[in-house]
Design a protein around this ligand. Structure first.
Ligand code: 5RP
Length: 292
């Protein structure tokens, strides 16, 4: 029997006060279930509605490239400054301490080094993503590439089905290749295809006319950083993307290939979350890099 000792009658029913509709602060997410929203809220800070994701999944097709030779030495010490970590299950399991408590965006397609064979209809078993407490699953699509488009979009579609079943958002990552354009028309097409096929987040690249890519994409967009740029230019890239409506960044090389990756990550966060200009963020970078 329940313990009835000193149970008192309720008094605070807020009579006359309607229960407020809670809504949700991210675009395209109102109709998600509670679990999916909770995962999105772990990735995108409720205060700013934005995120700084740290991508270090490059090794799954490129091996131990510069900055990623040792995840324990390069990524773990700076992970505290990111809102979310994007990587493969192999690297998360072996190299990221679970007690860091950072949400994971799990790279969920299969890496191959021969690009024409990209992601040959293989995706993660969603139960493994659940075991890893993934807050999102990421998968790459190759819009417009005759050799791989159908396979990669089939992957996305299947991953969305699995994600919907268990409440895990899917991030569609738009590939770029040497034969693919890098303009608003291509990124607009690729981003929109991701959403139409069910993606809850889109990762793409900044380009001229990016505001049109964002406008036509009814879910949050984050941008990749691309090749390493001088720090000020990378901060300008992040700033321009945010000004055009991006909900954040998912950067890799511009962080872990910087000589001062912790300072760089915090400078990027000041642009994304605090509305700092590139010049202000660069000042912060300089201050932090000098350790003061
Ligand atoms: C492509 C990815 C990478 O994580 C992406 O390219 C981000 O890294 P970078 O900022 O270095 O471009 O999703 O597979």
């Amino acid at each position: 029997m329940a313990d009835l000792d000193d149970i008192r009658d309720g008094k605070n029913f807020g009579l006359g006060q309607d229960i407020e509709s809670q809504g949700f602060y991210l675009k395209g997410c109102d109709n998600m279930g509670w679990g999916m929203k909770e995962r999105m809220a772990r990735i995108f800070r409720p205060g700013s509605g934005r995120t700084v994701m740290l991508a270090f999944d490059h090794g799954f097709i490129m091996g131990p490239t510069s900055g990623l030779e040792r995840i324990d030495l390069s990524i773990v010490p700076i992970a505290q400054y990111a809102d979310c970590l994007m990587a493969t299950r192999g690297m998360i399991r072996t190299s990221i301490p679970a007690q860091l408590g950072k949400p994971i965006c799990l790279r969920s397609d299969a890496g191959t080094s021969i690009l024409t064979e990209l992601n040959h209809n293989v995706i993660i078993d969603v139960e493994d993503a659940i075991r890893m407490n993934a807050s999102a699953m990421a998968i790459m699509v190759t819009a417009g590439d005759p050799a791989t488009e159908a396979k990669t979009f089939a992957n996305l579609y299947n991953l969305v089905d699995a994600g919907q079943k268990y409440g895990i958002p899917v991030m569609g990552v738009t590939a770029v290749g040497k034969d693919m354009a890098r303009d608003a028309r291509y990124f607009g097409l690729a981003s929109r295809m991701c959403v139409e096929n069910g993606a809850n987040i889109v990762k793409t690249y900044y380009c001229e006319g990016f505001e049109k890519v964002v406008a036509a994409c009814p879910v949050p967009i984050v941008i990749a950083g691309g090749k390493k740029l001088p720090e000020l230019e990378a901060l300008e890239l992040a700033y321009n993307a945010i000004q055009a409506g991006a909900a954040g960044v998912d950067m890799g090389r511009n962080v872990f290939q910087s000589d001062y990756p912790a300072a760089m990550l915090q400078a990027i966060a000041s642009v994304v979350h605090d509305g700092q200009t590139p010049a202000q963020a660069y000042d912060l970078f300089e201050t932090l890099k000098n350790g003061s």
